[in-house]
Ligand binder design. Structure first.
Ligand SMILES: CC(=O)N[C@H]1[C@@H](OP(=O)(O)OP(=O)(O)OC[C@H]2O[C@@H](n3ccc(=O)[nH]c3=O)[C@H](O)[C@@H]2O)O[C@H](CO)[C@@H](O)[C@@H]1O[C@H](C)C(=O)N[C@@H](C)C(=O)N[C@H](CCC(=O)O)C(=O)O
Ligand SMILES: Nc1ncnc2c1ncn2[C@@H]1O[C@H](COP(=O)(O)OP(=O)(O)OP(=O)(O)O)[C@@H](O)[C@H]1O
Ligand SMILES: N[C@H](CCC[C@H](N)C(=O)O)C(=O)O
Ligand SMILES: [Mg+2]
Length: 484
């Protein structure tokens, strides 16, 4: 890396020219949609004191045309962003013990559970993930599941300031691949599972897996001290656990694993099992619903043990962990129809969700009605797979829009319909999500369950013409009130 060629005092580090403030270092990075180097002048006009760039051409231009602005050339923008941010902020990452979770599904839930366990023994935490960001008791919005390094470090710094000692964060495959997490010293790393998603970005399952594996190799930092891995998942048990890990390994599962759930009892609003560990066994109870949450509870329990909690503290913390917004969230109603909002947006998650619903309605001979859509500007190959998964277990499918983003919603639904048509399920297609929710709930009879999948906690719908407020729980509650 070339050194700054002008002596500068800097106040902060920023990678988006639109957010630069006077005295900041602007890190210009080449991206997929655009190139931060196009915005050098904009950043300087806003008062950038120095520019770090990953483009030699831009660096030369800076030295010629902006002699009063500091300049540095780095090989990779995101690494530069992480390293400059950590230096400027005085290394807040060193003040927190970091637990990180990756995997296709279950990251948010596992992170919430671990945070609840750590809090239950009085440890103050930072939490970074899809739904929201926590700095101790303060709740902030999360624009991304895993932020860029400068944003993460700022959150960490705020956490350290208010006395946090632990951080729990989701590390998405995008973030691992792009090295948004460069230099973060992970103490405990968790792998939940790998099933198909994001192939638009990663291309193949092997490359998607390779991105997840980076968490266990260390991204610009030492490998994690402890690796917590789902042994029942093929990619976890057969591949990751057998790779050359340099961490202490904790394997969990229901079928396998040294940390194992036995005598599993699943009911609506209650999950109980015996957690068997090398430290002894304990009865664990949680208000979360479904087999997938047994896995999330096991992952969080292993991580909490690795962070020094006793098994008694872990089970007490699991009992204290509350509902995760938009994850098997039952919409309150006085009606005899059960309506559930869930964030299932892959075929695997839909299949798990539907089989859980099927179990729950079995005794009362109810039907399963599944509403879903597929996100635009995301993996197209998962659309027919999601359609097939929805159709296979449901009595009725209501196919609608999720977040179409820049795409034509009708085209997205056509692609999903291909999969539904391979099954025997009856299918109603309604592009307007609110109208579709109404159709699904009105189609339900006493004893039925209506699954509203895909958007979970989200409070907006992203359409081609803009982003509009939208909340599955609120819409469903409104429909239920209307028929109460
Ligand atoms: C595919 C992807 O991950 N893209 C993210 C990535 O974009 P990129 O590297 O291609 O950057 P770019 O948009 O080309 O811009 C290049 C640079 O120019 C800068 N810029 C751009 C415009 C401008 O006016 N000024 C300026 O300085 C940008 O800030 C950036 O530094 O870096 C950008 C800056 O942080 C993100 O906004 C962008 O998220 C897009 C919007 C996105 O939708 N990301 C999703 C897919 C994502 O990351 N999701 C995962 C969770 C997925 C999951 O596991 O389910 C997540 O961690 O949130
Ligand atoms: N351990 C699990 N295994 C499989 N499916 C799961 C698991 N946990 C949750 N799910 C399903 O996946 C959905 C999303 O769960 P969660 O938000 O915890 O995952 P995530 O990995 O954070 O997802 P995202 O990458 O979109 O943020 C849930 O609503 C549920 O349907
Ligand atoms: N983190 C995931 C969330 C998908 C949620 C679903 N509602 C959609 O918009 O596809 C993604 O960005 O792919
Ligand atoms: Mg998440």
């Amino acid at each position: 890396m070339d050194r700054f060629c002008a002596p500068v005092e800097v106040s902060g580090v920023e990678y988006d020219s639109r957010r630069v403030r006077r005295g900041d270092v602007f890190v210009a990075m080449r991206g997929e949609a655009t190139d931060g180097n196009r915005y050098l002048e904009a950043a300087i006009a806003k008062g950038a004191a120095a520019v770090v760039t990953d483009s030699r051409e831009a660096y030369e231009r800076l030295r010629r045309e902006h002699v009063s602005v500091g300049a540095a050339l780095v090989e990779r923008g995101r690494r530069g962003l992480a390293e400059f941010s950590a230096t400027v902020m005085g290394h807040p990452e060193r003040g927190l013990a970091l637990s990180a979770v990756t995997g296709t599904n279950g990251k948010t839930t596992t992170a919430f559970l671990l945070e609840a366990m750590l809090r239950s023994v009085g440890r103050m935490c930072v939490l970074i993930g899809t739904i929201e960001t926590h700095v101790g008791d303060e709740v902030r919005v999360s624009p991304h599941t895993t932020p860029e390094a400068s944003d993460t470090l700022r959150i960490f710094a705020d956490g350290v300031k208010v006395g946090a000692t632990e951080a729990v964060m989701e590390m998405s495959s995008h973030a691992l691949e792009q090295e948004r997490v460069w230099g973060l010293p992970v103490d405990v790393a968790m792998f939940t599972n790998l099933t198909q998603d994001h192939l638009d970005f990663h291309g193949t399952m092997e490359r998607y897996f390779a991105a997840k594996v980076r968490l266990f190799e260390g991204v610009g930092a030492a490998p994690p001290r402890v690796a917590v891995i789902n042994e029942d998942d093929w990619w976890g048990g057969e591949r990751l656990a057998h790779s050359s890990l340099r961490s202490e390994v904790m394997l969990y599962g229901i079928e396998g694993g040294e940390y194992r759930a036995e005598n599993v009892v699943l009911r609506a609003g209650e999950t109980r099992f015996l957690i068997k560990t090398p430290y002894g066994d304990a009865a664990l109870r949680s208000s979360l619903t479904g087999r997938v949450n047994v896995y999330n509870l096991l992952a969080a329990s292993c991580a909490a043990l690795a962070r020094g909690l006793t098994l008694e503290q872990v089970v007490a913390g699991a009992a204290a962990g509350a509902q995760v917004p938009g994850r098997f969230e039952v919409v309150p109603s006085s009606n005899a129809v059960t309506v559930v909002v869930d964030y299932a947006h892959t075929d695997d998650a839909l299949r798990n969700l539907i089989s859980l619903a099927r179990e729950l309605v079995k005794e009362r001979s109810g039907r399963v009605i599944t509403l879903f859509g597929c996100g635009g500007d995301r993996d197209k190959t998962k659309r027919p797979r999601m359609g097939r998964a929805a159709g296979e277990g449901s009595d009725l499918v209501v196919l609608t829009s999720d977040n179409p983003r820049s795409e034509d919603p009708m085209m997205i639904m056509e692609e999903a319909l291909v999969g539904v048509r391979e099954t025997a399920a009856r299918c109603i297609v309604e592009q307007d999500r609110a109208a579709a929710i109404e159709i699904a709930i009105h189609a339900a009879k006493v004893g039925d369950i209506v699954l509203i999948a895909g958007k979970g906690h989200e409070k907006v719908q992203i359409l081609r013409d803009g982003t509009v407020p939208f909340d599955d729980v609120a819409v469903a509650a409104g429909v239920l009130r209307g028929i109460a």
